[in-house]
Write a protein that binds this ligand. Structure first.
Ligand code: NAP
Length: 254
């Protein structure tokens, strides 16, 4: 039955940045669908761990700072998650940062930090997870892109460059890995109320301008994204490769 293809019972998912915001909602939703969850990040994910365990699923914390960890450390983190929970079926590259400064004054350290967390770490985690998934002939990777994978944005050149690249990377990996049962896709969230967008929502003019441009007429919530992620992580998406699923209240359609 088709609803059964969405179930994730017996699967293990690794989610980056699952301690707050969108990542926490994704981790909890994957657990609701039946998966055990490895939480890779630098913050304290105690709240997410509790929520996952209350659902009867296992949670494993894998500490890593994506701004400083190199490819070998990230591969070790993926291996630790796989060993700790016994397998790896799903990777969600959610963690991300944004730095706002005009292009002419964009500090080099901001450029480096954003590219490291939002792009380099995504590639190295895909690479490490891909090796495991290709070996077992099954896997799902969901990268978190953005409206700024399509548009230029204002005063966020490093973030825009990284998020455009995440879409290119998603397609490149999908092409290489589709025939071996590994699906690489992305979601592109619209404007979601989290810490990432606090600066926009604190500016009444920006907040209103954004809200009035969203056909749905409201900002999104992290929970608005979770159905799309569960779908892309599941067998229901077995023939979906290299797709970028916008969950944006209609922003891109306008
Ligand atoms: P958020 O509330 O600011 O959360 C960001 C997450 O990334 C946190 O878990 C954070 O952990 C983690 N992270 C940041 N730097 C890290 C590092 N060096 N090492 C490990 N983890 C790190 O933002 P969000 O809105 O949930 O964003 C999640 C993803 O969605 C990001 O990729 C973002 O670009 C994307 N996105 C968001 C929106 C939106 O409107 N909110 C729209 C499009 C795309 P700490 O707590 O340790 O900092």
């Amino acid at each position: 039955m088709v609803l059964d293809t969405f179930r994730l019972g017996g699967r293990v998912a690794l989610v980056t940045g699952g301690n707050r915001g969108i990542g926490r909602a994704i981790a909890i939703a994957l657990a609701q669908a039946g998966a055990d969850i490895a939480l890779l990040g630098r913050g304290d994910p105690a709240e997410t761990v509790t929520a996952v365990e209350e659902l009867g699923r296992r949670a494993l914390v894998v500490p890593a700072d994506l701004a400083t960890a190199g490819p070998d450390q990230l591969a070790d983190a993926v291996d630790a998650a796989t060993a700790g929970l016994g397998r790896l079926d799903i990777l969600v590259n959610n963690a991300g940062i944004i730095r706002r400064a005009a292009a002419v004054a964009h500090p080099p350290e901001d450029w480096d930090a954003v590219l490291r967390v939002d792009l380099d770490a995504v590639f190295h985690l895909c690479q490490a997870a891909g090796r495991i998934m290709l070996g077992q002939g099954h896997g799902r990777i969901v990268n978190v892109a953005s409206m700024l994978s399509y548009q230029g944005g204002i005063r966020v050149p490093s973030y825009t460059a990284a998020k455009h690249a995440v879409v290119g990377l998603t397609r490149a990996l999908a092409n290489e890995w589709a025939a071996d049962g590994v699906n690489v896709n992305a979601i592109a969230p619209g404007y979601i109320a989290t810490d990432n967008t606090a600066a926009l929502r604190d500016d009444p003019d920006r907040e209103r301008a954004i809200r009035e441009r969203i056909p749905a007429g409201r900002w999104g919530t992290p929970e608005d994204l979770t159905g799309a992620v569960v779908f892309l992580a599941s067998d229901a998406a077995r023939y979906v490769h290299g797709a970028v699923l916008a969950v944006d209240g209609g922003w891109l359609a306008r």
